[in-house]
Design a protein around this ligand. Structure first.
Ligand code: AMP
Ligand code: ZN
Length: 113
């Protein structure tokens, strides 16, 4: 399968990994939109949030827990951070392997653009 995030998970493409376990991988976004911009992905290929099944509930919850842990390590927990999952065209999804954006280190506007 020609999925860039599967290749990153298999270490076929280099990335700046900040966390890894048997279920997920976290790495720095190549085009950061904030001082801290990390992507947390399941190792399992899931194209969009629309493709999540009952069996994926645990891993999706796990991504959020790991993102919070990384936010603490990166010292952006108290100031605050944003977790984003884009789905399909209008949200601007460009990589079709589910990923959680962890963004922080600056004030973010609301509503998002
Ligand atoms: P999205 O628009 O939600 O699909 O986000 C895809 C994200 O993946 C963007 O923020 C890109 O900058 C990021 N990205 C694409 N290719 C790579 C890569 N090889 N390594 C790290 N981040 C990447
Ligand atoms: Zn994939």
């Amino acid at each position: 399968m020609d999925c860039i995030f599967c290749k990153i998970a298999k270490k076929e493409i280099p990335s700046k990994i900040v966390y890894e376990d048997d279920k997920c991988l976290a790495f720095e976004d190549i085009n950061p939109q904030a001082p801290v911009h990390i992507l947390v992905i399941p190792k399992k290929h899931i194209a969009t949030t629309l493709d999540l099944g009952e069996e994926d509930k645990e891993v999706i919850g796990h991504l959020v827990v790991i993102a919070a842990q990384i936010a603490k390590e990166k010292q952006i927990a108290d100031s605050g951070y944003r977790l984003v999952i884009n789905t399909n065209r209008d949200a601007g999804q460009t990589v079709f392997h589910v990923h959680l954006h962890l963004l922080g280190g600056r004030v973010m506007s609301w509503p998002p653009g």
